[in-house]
Each structure stands twice: as C-alpha cells, then as structure tokens.
Design a protein around this ligand. Structure first.
Ligand code: URP
Ligand code: ZN
Ligand code: ZN
Length: 473
C-alpha cells in the first residue's frame, strides 16, 4: 500500500479548523503540517475544499430480512453508495433469530458482508430473546468486537422483547462495559391502535403515522431510560423522531442519567404530510418511527445544537417501490398495497446524509462546522468504541478522509448519477437542493472515490470495536 499527500486543504475536526497538509503512509495518517515536503505516491490538491473525517453512520440495515422481504442494498451496493456520500464506516445490525445463539447470528452477518464492502463496517447485535442461561454470550460478543446491542419495544411478534428481557440484557451489557441501543416505541399499544384502524377500513399509507402517536415513542424512551438507570447501563436511543421523545431524554440527562440519543435526516427534513401524497406514493416514507408533524423538526435541530441529541444516523433500510426495475425478483413496498400494515418499514438515505446535514445544518446556520463533523462522525466513534481510530483527523488515526466541496450544489434525485448509487428505485429526498458535496473519499488510505468516480471497489474490513461504555467518564 502506498502513500498519499493531501495538500492545501482546510482541516475540520470536531474541535479544529486550520489549513494544513496531511500525509498518509499506508492505512494511517502519518503527519499533519504546513507545506509538508514528503514524497508521496499520490498527491491530491484540496485547495478550496474541506478535509474532514470520513462520515460514520452508526445505523444501517444492509441485506436485512424484514417485513416479508429483504432490504434492497447489500454490503456491496450499500457501502459503495455510502462511500459516494462521504461515509467511510457503517455500523450495521446483525440479527439473532429467536431461540438461537447470538453468535450464530453474528456468523451469518459476517458471511453476508465478507469480501463485499468498499468501506469499513462493524456490527451491533439485535437481541430477540435472552434467557438467563445464554447471558454469557454477550461477553463473548464483546470479545468479538460487538460492543453494543439493539433491543426493540416495537414490532410485537417479530423483534419485540418484553421488559424482563430488557432488564436482563441491560444488566449484562452494563456489567460488560457495553452499550444498549433502544428502539423505543410502545409496540403493544400501537398494535391495538392499528387493529382499530384496520377494523375501520383505514388502510392507506397515511395511517402508518396516525397509528403511531408520538406519546408512545416518548413512553418507550421514558421506560427504557428507567430500566437502564436501574440496570446501570449506558443507553443510546436510536432514531428519535419527535419533541415528546426528546423531552424525556432531556429530563433524564438533567438528573444525571447516562443516556444519549440519535436522530436521522428523515426526521429533520421530511414530515407526516408526505404520507398524503397521491395514491400509494406515501409508502416510500413508511418507516418506524413514522414521520411527524413538521414543527418537531425545529425542536430536533435545537436538540442537535444544544447537545441533547448526540449523533445523526440514517437508519438506511431501503425497499423498492418495485416497478420491477431494480430488483425484479425481490418484493418491496408493493407488499402493502392493500394495507399499510404490510408495507416493509424503512427508507433509503445512507448516501445523502452528509450533504443534507451540511446544507441544512451549516449552510442554514443551525450548527457550526465543527458540530457537523461531530454529529456525522466523531460522536458515533466515541459512542461505539471506534475513537480515535476513526472519527477524527490525527496522526495515528485511520486515513478515513473526505475531501468535501463546500460550494458545490446538487439536486438529490434517483435520476442524478452523482446522488444516487443506492440499489433502490426512488429517492426519499427527491428534488432536494443541497450545497456542499463529497468529492473524494479515502478509506484506510485507499482512494475509493475520486472526483465522484468509484476508483476502488472492495477492500472494506470488519472493525472489531473497543468497549463502549459510558461517555461521561
Ligand atoms: O423503519 C425502519 N426503521 N426500519 C428498520 C428497522 C428499525 O426499526 O430500525
Ligand atoms: Zn428501530
Ligand atoms: Zn433501524
């Protein structure tokens, strides 16, 4: 592996902002300084560009069996799309099948990803049951670099676990120095509301949001925080979507509970009115939690600016509308044409996150440039045992670097070859204009995208994560 010299760029980390050159020797950053005179195999001129740590998306679902089908991006297409969008690490979700060992689930996800990824990847483990006798598996997972676990209060009969299971897994995770990721929504009550709606013949996509009140998300956040507090485990609320839920996080943090929360671009830029589009189109945005009333967006942006929200992930989980174009043999959203209850939950976005947040955050002056880097990279690295290997630009860190053009404007579209490499037949952000765009991407020293072109395919590796306990110590 060779060396790369990035010259004349403006380096932005979560805390720094300065002009310097970066010298990469093999996989790591070897030197940072003014006018570096090293001989390098490749020189990249980053004049008028930002040089930022590669994005870390701590919430993706590649090749995920869900909703009667499988998500449309696998580790090959998903990581290529992520790279184009300036993301150099994803933390995806391996799934334990009920009654089977989590270690078996991990092996399955290693097989899905092996040899396919263009950027680095790690795994959280989705736990679907955890009887007392299997708790030692969680220690084994941590030794394998799986140091965070997702549990669900939603999706009864599928991924849902009861409060006893939550408590057992939380206790063990806390003892092990690992972290719990929580899908916090009261799925049991929501299922009752759904039954009432269906009995009344309310089956259109808009009923997805109308049957999932924000109060039921807030209740899940409150309850999981209370259980985590008693079980003494650091908690990470995934895909927080609304003001009601954020209020519970703020309240808990104010009394010193170790809880942080993630939101996603869909909750910052899209809203419940999308479900009212003509015919079945609203199915594109059937995801869980559902899109909320627009006024929630300002509250979430404030949460990001004032540090009540810690990270921005995509929850990338794409399903085609399926006009048979992209994945003729794989079912998509059309599974729910008769009833919103059968629409596979999830939407695409892994490729669009960095531009959306730069534009909506920095250009529109809601967050600083440093906070942009923190929210899209550094904070996830810290929360999930990847820092300082990833999430910053420093001597010794992996050379995961994005050369970002702060002036370039693009319109996000399924038809724009610069903004759509995802294996899905629509864009959740169709027609959104963004300023700020990824130009060149290095993953552990390899140039993978150069001036929009994929120049290296493959080469991404599994990252064994360190323990990721409290962010408070
Ligand atoms: O709708 C979503 N979010 N699909 C993926 C599964 C999950 O709950 O994260
Ligand atoms: Zn979830
Ligand atoms: Zn998810």
């Amino acid at each position: 592996m060779g060396s790369v010299l990035i010259k004349n760029g403006r380096i932005i980390t979560a805390v720094d902002d300065y002009f310097a050159d970066v010298f990469i020797d093999g996989e790591r950053i070897a030197a940072i300084g003014k006018d570096l005179q090293m001989d390098a195999d490749k020189v990249i001129d980053a004049k008028d560009r930002l040089v930022i740590p590669g994005g870390i998306d701590p919430h993706t679902h590649f090749d995920m069996p869900f909703g009667g089908t499988t998500s449309a991006d696998d580790f090959e297409t998903g990581t290529i799309a992520a790279a184009h969008g300036g993301t150099t690490t994803v933390v995806d979700f391996a799934i334990q099948s009920k009654g089977e060992s989590t270690i078996k689930g991990l092996d399955t996800w290693h097989e899905k990803a092996a040899g396919k990824a263009t950027i680095d990847y790690a795994f959280h483990m989705i736990i679907t049951d955890m009887p007392q006798e299997r708790l030692p598996e969680m220690r084994k997972l941590a030794d394998e670099g799986i140091t965070s676990y997702k549990l669900f209060m939603a999706y009864p009969g599928v991924l849902y676990v009861d409060d006893g299971t939550l408590y057992r897994a939380f206790r063990q995770a806390g003892d092990n120095g690992t972290r719990i990721c929580m899908h916090a929504e009261n799925g049991i009550v929501i299922d009752e509301i759904i039954k009432e709606a269906v009995a009344d013949g309310k089956t259109a996509p808009v009923y997805h949001t109308l049957t999932r009140p924000t109060r039921m998300e807030a209740e899940g956040v409150y309850r999981s925080i209370a259980i985590a507090e008693v079980a003494k485990v650091p908690l990470y609320i995934v895909h927080l979507s609304c003001a009601d839920a954020l209020e519970e996080v703020k309240r808990a943090r104010a009394r010193g509970v170790d809880v942080v929360a993630e939101t996603c671009p869909q909750y910052l830029f899209l809203d419940a009115s999308y479900y009212e589009k003509e015919g079945f189109e609203g199915a594109k945005w059937v995801m869980t939690p559902a899109l909320r009333e627009k006024w929630n967006q300002d509250v979430l942006w404030q949460g990001l600016a004032f540090r009540d929200l810690e990270t921005i992930a995509t929850d990338h989980c794409p399903f085609c509308m399926n006009d048979g174009i992209k994945n003729p043999e794989r079912k998509g959203k059309e599974l729910g044409i008769e009833s919103f209850t059968k629409i596979p939950n999830g939407a695409p976005g892994v490729e669009n996150r960095m531009s959306l947040i730069y534009n909506g955050g920095v250009v529109e002056q809601r967050i600083s440039l440093n906070r942009f880097v923190e929210l899209t990279s550094t904070a996830a690295a810290k929360a999930f045992g990847l820092f300082p290997k990833k999430g910053t630009i420093a001597v010794g860190s992996d050379a995961d670097i994005v050369i970002f053009d702060p002036e370039r404007e693009e319109t996000i579209s399924v038809n724009n070859p610069c903004t759509h490499h995802m294996n899905v037949d629509y864009s959740a952000y169709e027609g959104f204009k963004v300023k700020g765009f990824t130009e060149t991407v290095l993953s552990r020293g390899r140039v993978v995208v150069e001036k929009d072109k994929l120049v290296t395919k493959g080469g991404g590796s599994f990252v064994k994560r360190a323990l990721c306990g409290s962010l408070l110590r």
